[in-house]
Design a protein around this ligand. Sequence first.
Ligand code: HEC
Ligand code: HEC
Length: 151
Amino acid sequence: MRKTAYFLAFTLVFWLSPFIAELKFRATPSFRGDKPSGLSALHAQAPTPTVVDSLAVKVLTGLLAPDFQEEMNHMVQAVGGSCNTCHVRGNFASEENPKKVTARRMLEMTKAINKQFFPDHKPKPGESVLGRVTCYTCHQGEATPKAPPGQ
Ligand code: HEC
Ligand code: HEC
């Protein structure tokens, strides 16, 4: 039992390490610019990003770590708040925050809308991989989409 726990903890840390490194890169604003800098040189040497593969990733599968992170950023922008709006602090894989469970349903819904109605839309770099309709389309930065005036 204890052995299994150690093994799981080790696997998690092992999986997260490239991802955490990526998060640090992303968190540095100067890194986003086009100008060459010490940091982009650093990035050029960074190891090839890995695909985010976790039992708790059920919809956003097959994405490279930077693209997965970008998608999380899109969701923060769309529904307001922060990563902790949906995630238990310090444990992104946890399903204990009901907002995360709702958000996954929303991911499924958004994917289904795009598949059925906008199958030919190809997202440009920097856009959500979900497609033409995104979380932002409805939420516009708010936890609950706006009601029509007077309702
Ligand atoms: C609106 C809710 C929401 C917000 C805000 C959000 N996430 Fe997530 N996050 C999710 C959902 C839902 C999943 C699971 C996706 C799936 O099942 O495909 C997830 C999965 C993850 C995972 C994978 C965890 C694992 O091992 O299974 C990481 C890492 C993560 N998010 C990081 C972040 C970071 C960093 C931020 C802030 C920049 C953030 N998330 C903001 C909802 C959210
Ligand atoms: C087609 C419109 C639409 C899209 C697209 C959409 N949502 Fe929603 N979302 C809603 C509506 C409407 C509600 C309020 C549901 C209710 O009142 O029960 C909601 C509620 C939520 C909630 C719960 C808010 C709360 O305060 O409990 C979360 C979290 C959420 N959405 C996240 C997302 C994320 C993340 C995406 C993109 C993957 C997304 N939504 C895409 C319409 C949408």
